[in-house]
Design a binder for this molecule. Structure first.
Ligand SMILES: [Zn+2]
Length: 467
């Protein structure tokens, strides 16, 4: 299905040297035009429809009716014989979990399954100090400390079993590094992601655009993207933001749990959202073509960012606050704003974000997906499990091999169509990413210049006079 783009003049701000922010919203999902590749042309389970209109002009009236009656009798006899309650089951061919899994496998060949957040790079730092030369990512599940760690859920065989098409690898830096060596640690994490991809190029390829993502998925490798986690990684510098982008980072999580001097995080005691410099960060990300990630931000920061951005945003690994009142989850009023913005909330699997306690099931995760679908719409929900950054996972979703089982379980619900499944799995995130690229391209055409605003000086004893 194609949605036509309504021209949106607000996407093109006039050239400006200082940004006076005017709230910008898109007109909901119909403003977005995503042309899925290799999908929707046909489907193995698409229901067969008999058109009688054109046939009637070519055949006699009696012929088709006779055929129909015969077919009905045969089908009814078979159904009665097999005990299939056809009248109550719109997808009688999807009776077993294995049949549903087979459908999921077919769907994920054409549509990349995209996960919004994986913390394997931080485990590489913790466990092997970023020394990758001797690491066999195909065998770590049998090696300590990986095999014994509750924080380890990712390796190549399980990624392949999980049919992952694209993964945002997190270049995470802890809040404790803020105003110290946060920029250096982030650079090192970007470096380790790139080397990980390079050393395993048979399976991974670094991608920087939606076109590259689709090409790599078609080629059968896992498209690997870099997401920088925590605005404190910028060291209060837009030059550092631009450098991260040039190194391949395609989203920035605006804060981790801590406040930065320009944005508040989930642990904040303040009422502030974004400062003037924080608004400049959002604008510069729009100009660069970098996805704005609001997981971990305070809700005031999320609202302020949604007011400033000209492009859709994501929550790369957050669930629904209505079902579990963790400050990391997204309340309904923000879910509605996300629908208006055209963004995506990618559901997190950490049990403390799913059930607010140490245990959860696949059904609990499905409840979050369904809640976001109900409040924001099917076009605004995705998957951001957070594997390798969590130490408690739902039963049935123990590691990265389990995504197909989640999708197959959703298919057991007659209200979930194949189109819904591929929207959740990857098309929604691709749509956001494409729109972010589109805004970048339009701003480039409009000759919007880089933002040169500076953050107020911190008078940090660790800084030189040149900071
Ligand atoms: Zn996180």
């Amino acid at each position: 299905m194609l949605f036509q783009i309504a021209p949106c003049p607000r996407e093109l701000p006039v050239r400006e040297t200082s940004f006076n922010v005017v709230p910008q919203y898109y007109n909901g999902v119909r403003d977005f035009h995503y042309q899925p590749y290799d999908y929707h042309a046909s489907s193995s389970l698409e229901s067969c429809s008999c058109s009688s209109g054109s046939d009637s002009s070519r055949t006699s009236f009696r012929g088709p009716w006779c055929i129909c009656i015969v077919v009905c009798v045969v089908v009814a006899t078979l159904a009665a014989g097999l005990g299939l309650p056809l009248a109550f089951n719109p997808q009688p061919q999807l009776q077993t979990p294995e049949e549903r899994l087979e459908v999921v496998r077919k769907l994920l060949k054409d549509t990349p399954l995209i996960d919004g957040h994986n913390d394997l790079p931080w485990n590489l730092r913790k466990f092997v100090h970023n020394k990758l030369f001797k690491l066999n990512l195909s065998a770590i599940s049998q090696q300590e400390p990986w095999s014994k760690s509750l924080w380890s859920h990712t390796d190549i065989p399980r990624l392949r079993a999980g049919l992952i098409g694209a993964q945002f690898w997190s270049a995470y830096v802890p809040c404790k590094a803020q105003h110290l060596d946060a920029v250096q640690i982030t650079l090192e994490q970007i470096d380790v992601i790139k080397r990980l991809v390079e050393y395993n190029s048979e399976h991974f390829a670094l991608v920087r655009s939606t076109d590259e993502l689709k090409q790599i998925h078609k080629a059968g490798r896992i498209a690997s993207l870099i997401g920088v986690e925590g605005g404190h990684a910028l060291g209060n510098s837009l030059a550092v933001l631009r450098t991260f982008y040039n190194l391949g980072a395609r989203y920035l999580t605006i804060t981790h749990n801590c406040d930065t001097p320009w944005a508040t995080g989930t642990s904040t005691q303040k009422q502030d959202g974004l400062s003037a410099f924080g608004q400049s960060v959002i604008k510069e990300m729009n100009r660069l073509g970098m996805i704005i990630d609001l997981s971990h931000t305070s809700m005031n920061t999320a609202k302020a960012a949604l007011n400033v951005t000209h492009a859709p945003v994501i929550f790369s690994h957050s669930s629904a606050f209505s079902l579990c009142n963790s400050s990391r989850n997204v309340p309904d009023d923000i879910l509605k704003l996300i629908a208006h913005n055209g963004g995506v909330v990618m559901v997190n699997f950490y049990t403390l974000h799913v059930t607010c306690n140490g245990t959860a099931t696949v059904q609990d995760v499905i409840n979050h997906i369904n809640h976001i679908r109900t409040v924001a719409g099917i076009d605004h929900v995705g998957i951001g499990a957070g594997y390798d950054g969590i130490n408690m996972t739902p039963s049935g979703l123990e590691d990265v091999s389990r995504y197909p089982h989640l999708l197959a379980e959703l298919l057991a619900d007659p209200s979930w169509t194949e189109k819904d499944i591929v929207s959740l799995a990857g098309l929604n995130l691709l749509r956001v990413f494409e729109k972010v690229e589109e805004v970048r391209d339009k701003w480039k055409l409009a000759d919007i210049l880089p933002v040169e605003d500076s953050a107020p000086p911190l008078h940090n004893p660790c800084s030189s006079i040149y900071s």
